[in-house]
Design a protein around this ligand. Structure first.
Ligand code: ZN
Length: 135
């Protein structure tokens, strides 16, 4: 698998509005847009930083993955996303190596990217997202 860069870092937040006071107001980043991904029960906000982005994640449902994450661990860093050249090849390679995956098949995430998560038990506790973007 070819990892190109860190695509984004996902941060679970209780309130996008409150968090933007930090990322825009204090750090001076620019909000690139927000998007609700109904399937994931989350509203995302992207703030580019050079070639990567901070992805703020606000839950739309306490039963969704971000709602459950915040209930268990509180707000904070939730996942790191690596951009790969070809996500289908990457997933096939991981499966062949017996790596535990959350998503066996890539699905669509925010911004039309194709994404898949590796199980944190397979990565020493870090939730890793693979992400493929077409230019
Ligand atoms: Zn992400």
């Amino acid at each position: 698998m070819k990892v190109i860069c860190i695509d984004h870092i996902g941060v679970a937040v209780e309130s996008l509005a409150e968090s933007l006071k930090v990322y825009e107001g204090i750090l001076g980043l620019e909000l690139h847009g927000t998007e609700t991904v109904a399937e994931q029960k989350v509203t995302t906000a992207f703030l580019p930083v050079g070639d990567t982005e901070v992805e703020l994640l606000e839950s739309t449902d306490p039963e969704g993955p971000i709602g459950k994450f915040i209930a268990a661990k509180g707000q904070g860093m939730q996942h790191i996303a690596f951009r790969v050249e070809n996500i289908d090849e990457a997933l096939a390679e991981l499966k062949a190596k017996g790596v535990r995956l959350i998503d066996e098949v890539a699905r669509y995430g925010a911004g039309g990217a194709r994404i898949a998560f590796i199980h944190p038990k397979a990565t020493n506790g870090v939730l890793v997202e693979l992400c493929e973007r077409r230019a």
